[in-house]
Structures are given as structure tokens and as C-alpha cells.
Design a protein around this ligand. Sequence first.
Ligand SMILES: NC(=O)c1ccc[n+]([C@@H]2O[C@H](COP(=O)([O-])OP(=O)(O)OC[C@H]3O[C@@H](n4cnc5c(N)ncnc54)[C@H](OP(=O)(O)O)[C@@H]3O)[C@@H](O)[C@H]2O)c1
Length: 232
Amino acid sequence: MDDKKEYSKKVLVAGATGKTGSWVVRRLLHYKVPVRVLARSEQKAREMFGDTVEVVEGKIQDPEAVRRAVSGCDAVISALGSSAVSGEASPSEVDRDGAIRLADEAAKAGARHFVMVSSLAVTKWFHPLNLFGGVLSKKLVAEEHIRELFAANGRSYTIIRPGGLKDDEPLQYRLHVDQGDRLWNGWINRSDVAELAVLSLWVPAAANKTFEVVVEAEEPQQSLAEYYAKLS
Ligand SMILES: NC(=O)c1ccc[n+]([C@@H]2O[C@H](COP(=O)([O-])OP(=O)(O)OC[C@H]3O[C@@H](n4cnc5c(N)ncnc54)[C@H](OP(=O)(O)O)[C@@H]3O)[C@@H](O)[C@H]2O)c1
């Protein structure tokens, strides 16, 4: 497993102007991967990334914009997230229907790999987080769609279910990964979620994995690639 392997195909980041998505862009650029972003505001994307990325302006509700965004991309990383209980940034519109539209158009356009940033507790409909527009249940519907669509026809997926998200530099903590949605709490830096998402592009053990991830201890890491080897 080598996290510095040459990978030079184009990757689309949806939700790139968000807190996790902007880390995904930064980590992709760190590995010299060509990046396209789908952003609701081109101006916001340009302010954040300058000319280092291609920008397609559009909402995730707009099939035409989504089609233009995925065209020619080898992989898609979705860091989309809802921020309102109703309207265009709601869990139904973004976490469920938006993620599904993105996956459908990516598969149609020939994308090889799809990464979704989901959430811990996504299978627990009774979890308090689900009071926010049923966000966990909406994410689970999208997860199931992506697993089915991207496990076939030479495609692959990686679904990352992080704990509560914080903002700090990557590779500062030893992580704990689990499967089966058994963890009840924990947190992780968005930068480490981004790093795991990016590594999944070329780490073979990341293919077709769904896993939870939280911080275990303060301990600088050389690479996060080894965590994929722990998954079944
Ligand atoms: N917060 C937590 O503790 C936590 C814990 C576990 C999992 N998660 C999940 O992790 C993911 C990333 O979280 P985050 O806090 O980094 O997210 P965030 O900063 O809120 O970013 C969300 C992104 O989605 C975009 N977006 C929203 N509605 C859109 C639409 N209709 N069309 C196109 N783009 C749209 C936003 O665009 P704009 O920049 O234009 O607003 C933004 O780029 C989310 O799925 C979240 O549910 C969060």
C-alpha cells in the first residue's frame, strides 16, 4: 500500500466549498491530483481555491450541472451536507436525493470510484441527530443506493461514517475504525476524513468498504492508508 502512488486522473469534489470538502480539495492538490469542483457559487469556489481547480457552478438539484461536473472524471468525492431542515440545503434534497443524483450521473458518465462522507449512527433512526430533518435516515438511503450502484460493473465505492467533525490539521491522531455502526460517540478532524477519502482513490483495500471512524489517541501518523487494511 502506497499513499504517494501516482494518480493523475481528474476527481470531482461535490460540497467542495464546505468545511470537509475544502480539506478534500487541499489533500487532492497535495497529491497533485487534478480537481474539479461542483459549487453553488463559482465566486466562493474561486475565492477559496483560486485557479487551482476547475469549477462547475450549479446546485445538486440541477441534473444538467451535475452531468457537466461528472463528465470526464475518474472518481467523485461527495462531501455534500445539508444545513437547513427544508429547501435546497435540506437532508432530503442534499443528503438523499442530491447524493443519489450525483452517483447516478457519475456512473452513467463512466466514473470508476465514488466516495461518500456519511455519518456515524446512520442506521440508528432513533438517534437524536435524526431530529434534524431525518438526516441520518436520508443518508442511509443514499448509502444503500451507492453501494448497489458502485459495487458492480468494474466500479467501486468507499463510504466513510465519521464521528463529530472538528477542524485541525491532518495526521495528528491515531484513529479507530469500525464496521456495523456500533459506535455511539467520538469525533474526528475533517482533514483526516478528507485524507481517508483521497487515499481510497488508490488504496485497493478501500474498495467497497463502509466504515465508521473516530479519534483514538493523540499520536501523529505517517499515513492513514493502514486503516483500510483493518477493514473486512
Ligand atoms: N458536523 C458534524 O459533526 C458531522 C458529523 C458526521 C458527519 N457529518 C457529515 O459530514 C459531511 C460534511 O460536513 P461539513 O460540516 O464539512 O459540511 P458543510 O461545511 O456544511 O458543507 C456542506 C457542503 O454542501 C454544499 N451544499 C449544500 N446544499 C447544496 C446544494 N443544494 N447544491 C450543491 N451543494 C450544496 C455546501 O455548499 P455551500 O458552500 O454553497 O453552502 C457545502 O459545500 C456532511 O454530509 C455532514 O452531514 C457531519
